[in-house]
Each structure stands twice: as structure tokens, then as C-alpha cells.
Design a protein around this ligand. Structure first.
Ligand code: GDP
Length: 475
């Protein structure tokens, strides 16, 4: 039925596509990777024809204009572009609310094609459908291949590892006091689910990304509190499982989570994407040390598994996918000097290269870059001990602390951020953490306006990202 549904919807898509081609661009990344900022910046720069010298249609003078349009599927929340832009351009500017669930936005692009016959047909139109979704949801794919007993065994073994003792203590205690073979009660199911969620959340706060599934436990979207999310891993009871046992109840909910939450997401949204950008907060991991880098690599491996061809991943076989380009973007590049931008891109490339060693991207090309959707810093130099050092100039967020100084969110400072290693391999070989002076900044305090009076949002290499992701559809 999956295959039939997809075949039919593809048919419907191509029927309307005869009039206007539609490019479905997925934007994902783990929580706080920068999805909201990336999309807001991308849309704003397209709508206002921002500074995008590396985006061929604009650089060639073939770009005519863009406007937002009604999204064809009224059941999916709309990406709150206007709200996010308002936050970024408020006085004082603030960072908007991050992605919590799936949302979509359609932007219609009008351009002159560079093809020889374009002169005969006049301007062309492209619908760019942007689909924003939490990367955590991709980590659920492996669940489709696991029974409740198998998943429980894995999840419990993980929770009992010594490294997780502190985070998992409450959950394991609740588990010990529970007789899984007795009759089920909702309150007990809720207690197990809530202590399990607390455990996942705490491991996340301590930097772990690889222990995440089920993805909806951390980012429930619209399912918060629903029975499909009220389960937890349980040891198999010593007696045969019978209807009405707590074990049977949670097993049923786990199965419901798979069929009613995970499968529909892959079938209805993921399977229909043409292009994908995966945003990665590489700098945060580098700054946190080698354990965090390893953990990020594990999480990226799990994310990447979802982009493998169906033959390589039997779980994906029912979902026909045709993603032909994936862009890996190290976000927030404005936290390092431009001399480190290529290095940051190379580090991410190295991270995903080893993560995707076994993931054969047949027919899919990938690229890694460093970028910033919104550039919150500018660059300068300071002289220290007769040496000239490159600096970043920006306003640290209220409460940020560096070298014993606590910032008030209003004071602009110059900071020597430190350099990234020249060769990414050295980072992985000697396992030395990169010591960066890392502060989070407020959004840019002063924004220029263009001739039409629109604010100009500064960025780093957003134009290159855009060119790779959609440029060829506007050739
Ligand atoms: P997501 O939607 O959860 O993926 O993440 P957001 O887009 O909301 O980004 C999370 C936070 O990271 C923001 O609130 C900003 O503080 C920061 N951030 C994201 N993108 C950038 C960027 O391009 N530059 C800077 N300086 N900070 C960024």
C-alpha cells in the first residue's frame, strides 16, 4: 500500500508539475543546528534579492523575482517565516524560536532560463517547497526493523552502561520497582514513559546525541502526551506475555508508534524530497571535545543511513526516494575567522566521509561547506604583544561567560576566536580538542537596507549553498 500510495501521489505531482515544476527541498539537522535561521535567511534573501553573488541565476541577471505562495497541503503547519524575521529584525533583535516539528513553506521563483529556447517560451517558474523537520526524527528509522523485545534489550543495555548511570538512575529505579507481568495501568505506563524521557533528555543535555531514539520523545511535535508516546523499554516478563499485562500494553504502543508515527513520516514527507540539506553544528562539538565529536559522528552515521539507497537499507525499500543531491553544511561559521571557513568545511567533510563509508550514495552527489545563515559578527584585528591577531566583533548574548567575564547582551566586543587546524586529519589522529574562544552572539544589531527599503541579512556562503541546492533547476 505504501508503494501504491506513493505512485499515485507522484502521479498527481507530475500532473500539476506539467504546469510548474516543483522542487522539494528538505532542511534537517539535530536540534539547534540552525534550521530555522537557515530557512529564514534563505527565504528572505530570495524574496529581497539579497547579496548572493555565488547564486548563478541572480549573478547572471536572470532572476526575476520570488513570492511566497499558499502551500498545497493544508494539513501541515506553515513555516513561521514572518514571525522569525520579525524576531531577527526587532529592536533589540532576538533569535527566533527553533524547529520543534515539521513545517513547510512554498516560495515561487520566477526567472529567465539560460537555455537556447528560453527566448521563445518567456520567463519560467519554479515552486520551491521547503520542508523543515527535526533530524531526531530520522534516528527513528532503525526502529522499523526492531520488535519491542529487541528494541527494549538494546535500550536497556544502553541505559545500564556505567557512563549513563547518573542520567538513567531514576528510570532504572522505576523499572526495578515495577512488575512488568502484572496488569497494566495508565499511570504506570506514564511513569515509565516520563522517567525514560527524562533520561533521554538528560543525556542530551550532557551532549550525547547518539542515544536519542525514539526521536519524538525529545521533539514530540503535535504528539505531546499522546498514548503513542507513552511507552518505555521493558525487560521481558518471566512468564508468557498475555493480553492486559503492562508489557503487552507498552508493546502495543511501541508498535503503534512505528506504524502511526514513524512510517507515515518517512512515507509522506521524507520519501518525497528531491534535495536535502543537513545542517550540523560542528563548532559546538569541536569546542566540547573529542567525545562530543565522536558522538556527533555516531549521530550523523544514523542520519546518513536514511539517505542510503533502498537496496542498501531494507527498511527504506518501501519508500521510493529520489534525493539526488545532499549538502552538508557546518553552520554558524561566523563564530570563526574567515581564514578558518574552509577548514571548518573540511572537518565536516571528514566527519561525514567516515560516517558514510558504507552508505553508498548511488546516484546521489554530496558536498560539504561551512556557512552562516545569519552573520552575527564582523571581522577586525587587534595587536597583542607586537602580533596582529584576526578578531571577531560581535555582541555576546546576555549571560555568556568567557575568562571570568560575564556579558550583558548589550556590549560589543572584539574576540580572538582561535584557529581551526589546517588539516582535518590532525584533529582525528591525535584526538586533541580544538580550543576555541567560543561565545554565542546576539543577532546583528545594525542591519543595512537595500534600495527598495528591505533589510539586508548578512550571511556567509548562503549563496553557494543555494546555488548547489537549486541553481541547476533554474539553469
Ligand atoms: P534549529 O531550528 O533547532 O535547527 O536551530 P535554530 O535555527 O533555531 O538555531 C539555534 C540557535 O543557533 C539560534 O538561536 C542561534 O543562537 C544560533 N544560530 C543559528 N544559526 C546561526 C548563524 O548563522 N549564526 C550565528 N551566530 N548563530 C546561529
Amino acid at each position: 500500500t505504501d508503494e501504491l500510495g506513493i505512485a499515485l501521489s507522484n502521479l498527481a505531482d507530475s500532473a500539476t508539475g506539467i504546469l510548474t515544476p516543483t522542487l522539494r527541498l528538505g532542511v534537517t539537522g539535530l536540534s539547534r543546528a540552525g534550521k530555522t535561521i537557515f530557512i529564514t535567511a534563505l527565504v528572505h534573501n530570495l524574496l529581497t534579492q539579497g547579496r548572493l553573488p555565488g547564486f548563478a541565476p541572480l549573478a547572471d541577471g536572470r532572476f526575476i523575482g520570488a513570492k511566497l505562495a499558499e502551500y498545497p497541503d493544508a494539513t501541515i503547519p506553515r513555516f513561521a517565516y514572518e514571525q522569525h524575521l520579525a524576531a531577527l529584525t526587532a529592536n533589540p533583535p532576538v533569535w527566533p524560536e527553533s524547529t520543534r516539528r515539521i513545517s513547510q513553506l512554498r516560495i515561487v521563483l520566477k526567472f529567465q532560463s539560460a537555455k537556447w529556447w528560453a527566448g521563445l517560451t518567456g520567463p519560467a517558474t519554479l515552486n520551491l517547497d521547503i520542508v523543515d523537520y527535526p533530524g531526531e526524527w530520522l534516528l527513528d528509522l532503525p526502529l522499523l526493523g526492531l520488535s519491542f523485545a529487541e528494541w527494549s534489550a538494546e535500550a536497556l543495555a544502553r541505559a545500564r552502561q556505567p557512563g549513563h548511570a547518573k542520567e538513567a538512575a531514576e528510570f532504572l529505579k522505576a523499572l526495578d520497582s515495577m512488575d512488568v507481568s502484572k496488569d497494566a495501568s495508565d499511570s504506570e505506563a506514564e511513569r515509565m514513559a516520563s522517567t525514560f524521557t527524562t533520561y533521554l533528555r538528560r543525556s542530551r543535555e550532557h551532549g550525547a546525541l547518539s542515544t536519542l531514539p525514539p526521536g519524538r520523545f525529545l521533539l514530540p511535535g503535535d504528539l505531546e502526551g499522546s498514548p503513542a508516546l507513552t511507552f518505555a523499554p521493558l525487560p521481558r516478563p518471566g512468564v508468557p506475555v498475555r493480553h492486559g499485562m503492562l508489557y503487552a500494553m507498552l508493546e502495543g504502543r511501541f508498535e503503534a508508534y512505528k506504524t502511526q508515527v514513524v512510517r507515515p513520516f518517512f512515507r509522506d514527507h521524507f520519501a518525497r524530497l528531491d534535495r536535502q540539506v543537513v545542517l550540523v553544528d560542528t563548532l559546538r562539538a569541536l569546542n566540547a571535545g573529542s567525545e562530543a565529536v565522536n558522538d556527533l559522528e555516531t549521530a550523523l552515521t544514523a542520519v546518513l543511513a536514511c539517505f542510503r539507497q533502498g537496496e542498501a537499507n531494507p527498511l527504506l525499500r518501501p519508500f521510493v526516494r529520489n534525493i539526488d543531491r545532499i549538502l552538508f553544511a557546518a553552520t554558524k561559521a561566523d563564530h570563526v575567522h574567515h581564514t578558518s571557513h574552509d577548514r571548518l568545511g573540511a572537518i565536516l567533510n571528514r566527519l561525514v566521509a567516515s560516517a558514510s563509508k558504507r552508505a553508498r550514495f548511488a546516484g546521489t552527489t554530496t558536498r560539504s561547506i561551512a556557512m552562516a545563515g545569519i552573520r552575527a559578527t564582523s571581522e577586525g584585528t587587534i595587536r597583542e604583544n607586537g602580533e596582529t591577531l584576526p578578531t571577531l566583533i560581535g555582541t555576546p548574548l546576555k549571560g555568556e561567560v568567557l575568562d571570568g567575564t560575564s556579558y550583558d547582551g548589550k556590549t560589543e566586543i572584539a574576540l580572538f576566536p582561535g584557529d581551526l587546524p589546517e588539516r582535518p586529519d590532525s584533529l582525528f589522529e591525535d584526538g586533541q580538542p580544538v580550543s576555541l574562544n567560543f561565545l554565542r552572539f546576539t543577532p546583528p544589531q545594525k542591519l543595512d537596507r537595500n534600495a527598495a527599503g528591505d533589510v539586508v541579512l548578512p550571511h556567509i556562503r548562503l549563496d553557494r549553498a543555494l546555488d548547489y541546492l537549486i541553481g541547476d533547476w533554474m539553469a
